[in-house]
Ligand binder design. Structure first.
Ligand SMILES: Nc1ncnc2c1ncn2[C@@H]1O[C@H](COP(=O)(O)OP(=O)(O)O)[C@@H](O)[C@H]1O
Ligand SMILES: CC(=O)N[C@@H](CCC(=O)OP(=O)(O)O)C(=O)O
Length: 258
């Protein structure tokens, strides 16, 4: 089976022009089929504030009303996605930008209302691999933003970490898939302010302890839930760290184990 790398970059890389440039240069050189997934939550928050649209986040998820959905569509599927695709083309990487609606790639449904109504936030139901597989087999690289659809004309906001894990799971029947979460730190850290304190392996046992001790918090919680979801659904390898982990074997990072 051929290996497929699904690589996600977060807001802190997207917002830093130099870091993004450096990452995309390296990403372009990665051999074999690959998919890039990008977030952009920080930029959406900044623009919403500038436009006077209130920003509400709960459990790491953006409560997405109609105005917010308009903003995130412009920011994620527009500005950020097209910028990244153009920069990849400049690096001779033939990329095509995708939301989940394009090629009917990712179908979702509105997150059910329990205690909280998240608005236009979608939970993934299905990944359609057919169109994407044709592209991957022709050396074309899909670049996904954090938007899905319901096949009835409704777009939804879906966390970029979830898009990455669902794509990796969806492709696990065709490829040996590897999932990489790239962000600004060396991995999951014992002390969030000490980049040398990388926890090299996390399994479901030490994960519980790390949560109880308050070592894992904030955005890292949903990220790790996505990691475990992937590793339990046939994704071969799941890693968290700086982009350098993709380019140099000696770079410290966190590996998730079942
Ligand atoms: N133990 C930990 N190790 C590393 N980061 C942590 C830890 N606990 C909480 N975090 C926070 O999680 C953040 C990453 O989550 P998030 O902001 O969602 O990332 P991204 O947008 O890059 O995907 C880090 O910037 C950090 O502030
Ligand atoms: C539903 C939900 O919360 N969606 C995220 C999608 C963007 C994202 O995930 O961006 P980062 O990876 O950079 O945080 C949001 O709007 O913030």
């Amino acid at each position: 089976m051929q290996t497929l790398k699904v690589i996600k970059i977060g807001g802190n890389i997207i917002d830093d022009e130099q870091a993004l440039h450096h990452f995309l240069e390296g990403f372009s050189k990665i051999k074999g089929p690959k998919i890039l997934v990008h977030g952009g939550g920080k930029l959406a928050t900044k623009l919403a504030n500038q436009m006077g649209v209130e920003v509400k986040m709960t459990n790491g998820r953006r409560i997405t009303d109609a105005d917010t959905l308009d903003i995130i569509t412009m920011v994620y599927a527009g500005k950020i996605n097209k910028n990244i695709v153009a920069k990849l083309q400049a690096n001779q990487c033939n990329a095509i930008g995708f939301s989940g609606a394009d090629g009917n790639a990712i179908v979702s449904e509105k997150r059910p209302v329990k205690d909280i109504d998240y608005g236009f936030v979608g939970d993934v139901l299905k990944v359609n691999t057919n169109t994407l597989e044709v592209l991957l087999n022709n050396q074309v690289t899909p670049v996904f933003c954090a938007i899905t659809h319901d096949e009835n004309g409704q777009l939804f906001n879906t966390n970029a970490d979830t898009i990455a894990s669902e794509l990796a799971i969806g492709f696990a029947k065709i490829f040996k898939t590897e999932l990489y979460y790239c962000f600004e730190k060396n991995g999951v850290l014992q002390n969030v302010n000490d980049d040398d304190s990388v926890i090299e392996n996390i399994n479901s046992e030490n994960y519980k302890t790390l949560i109880n001790e308050g070592i894992i918090a904030d955005g890292m919680l949903p990220k790790l839930n996505n990691c475990f979801h992937a590793i339990k659904h046939n994704v071969h390898k799941v890693c968290i760290g700086k982009p350098e982990m993709l380019f140099s074997l000696n770079t410290k990072h966190t590996t998730i184990q079942a």
